[in-house]
Ligand binder design. Sequence first.
Ligand SMILES: [Zn+2]
Length: 456
Amino acid sequence: MATDQAQLTGETVELLQQLIRNRCVNDGTDDGAQEHRSAHLLRDELDGLGLDVELTESLPGRTSVVARYEGTDADAPALCLMGHTDVVPVSEDGWVNDPFGGELITSSDGVDEVWGRGAVDMLNLTSSMLVAFRDVVRTGVRYPGDIVFFGVADEEAGGINGALPIVQDQWDLVACDYVLTEYGGTPAHGADGTTVLMTTAEKGLGGRWVTVHGTPGHGSMPFGTDNALVKAAQIVTRIAEAEIAPRIDEQFRDRVHALDIDDATKGALLDPARVSEALASLPPDLARNTHSCCHMTFSANLLDAGTKTNTVPDRARLYVDVRMLPGDTQADVDRALTDIIGPDLLPSVEITPAYPVMQDAAPGSTTQTPLWDALTDAIRIAYPDARVVPSLVTGATDARFFRQRGVTAYGAGLLSNKVTLEEFLNRFHGHNERIDIESLDLTTRLWRNVFDRLWR
Ligand SMILES: [Zn+2]
C-alpha cells in the first residue's frame, strides 16, 4: 500500500532535524566530523526491513552507510542515491537561530522552515533519499534495477575518508550505473517560462604548490639580489593577469541560454572573441560564476616567504587554487601554469600537486540517458512547463568519483518557489542555512517519481 505523502514528508523533516542535531562538522581533520553518529542513525532507520545494511569506515568514527534493495532483473541499471552526512563549520555569531538545533520555525511570511547547518548542503537530500528508499522497501514495490542508498562521510573535505576509498576499494558495495546526489532543482521563472537546473558536470581540482627559489642576502643591500619573494610576487601578478582561453561548449551554451539576460549579451558570451567584454558587463556575482563555467581558473591564495626581517628570502611558497573544466587533465594544468609563469621565471620554481591523489576532471555526464528523461518527467509533475537544463557546478562533489568510473551522475533535488537560486546558493556554507518544508516534500516525491519512471 502506498504511504500517505504527508507522512513521508514528515519523516523527512524529522530525520533532517536529527541529522542536523548530530553536528557531524567536518573541519578537515582526520577525526573531525565523526559521521558514525549519523551513519548509525541511518542504519537504525532501516532496521527491521530485512535489508543488509553495511557500515564501513576508513578511519575510526568516519563511518559511511550503504544499503542495497535488489531489483528483479540483474541486467537492469542500478541507481544509487548518495547523500553526505557531514557539514561544514559555522560562525555562530552570524546565525539568528541555533545552527545545530534543527528547529522547525515559521518565518514572518508564514513559511515553515527547518533551520541548521546542512539544511541545504545536503542533509535535506540525504534525509529525503533515505525516506524515499525506505518507503519502496517498506511497501514491497519491486523495480527491475537495484536501488542503493549511500550515506557517505567526508564529502566536505574531498571524500578522502568517504567516497574515494569506497569507490576505489569497495566498489561492490556501491556498484551502480546511475548516481543521484547534490545538487539541483531550483526553479527560476523568466520571460520564457520556468527553468530548473540539474547538475551534469563539475569542475576538477588541480591545486598546485609553487616553490620559488632565490639567493639569500643582507636586507640592507637589496640592489641586484635574487629575491624569491619578488619573483613570487611577479608570478602572482602573472596569474592574476593571465588571459586563459575560454571554452564555449554545449554545456556552457545551455547555461547561457538559461540566464535571465538580454539576447545581445547572450550572443557576446558565446563568442570567444567577445566573452571577456560580455563578462565585464554582468553583475559581479553572475560574472564570476559564468567566467568559471567557461575557463580553467587559477587563483593565487596563499603565500609564505622569508625567515627574518633583515634577510633577503631565498624561498617563497605559493598556493595556486586551480579548477579544471570537465575533461581537463592534470597535464593540462601543468602546461597552462608553466605558460603563465613564463620561461624567465620557470628555472627558479618547482611545481607540486596539492593533494596526494590528483585526478583528472571527469567529463560531464550526458543527458542522453533514461535517468535524465525520468528526472525531467518527474520535475514536470511539480513544474509542468519547466525546461530542465544541464548545469556545471564550480565546486567539487563526490559525484566525480563515480563519473571517473563511467557512471552517469546528476546533481538533483527539487525546491519550491520559496527560495531563489541566488538565496539558495548563499545558504550553501553560509549563515542561517534553512530549508522550507515544501521543498522537502517536493524532493521526497521526486525520488519516488524518478523510480517509477526510470525502469518503465
Ligand atoms: Zn554538499
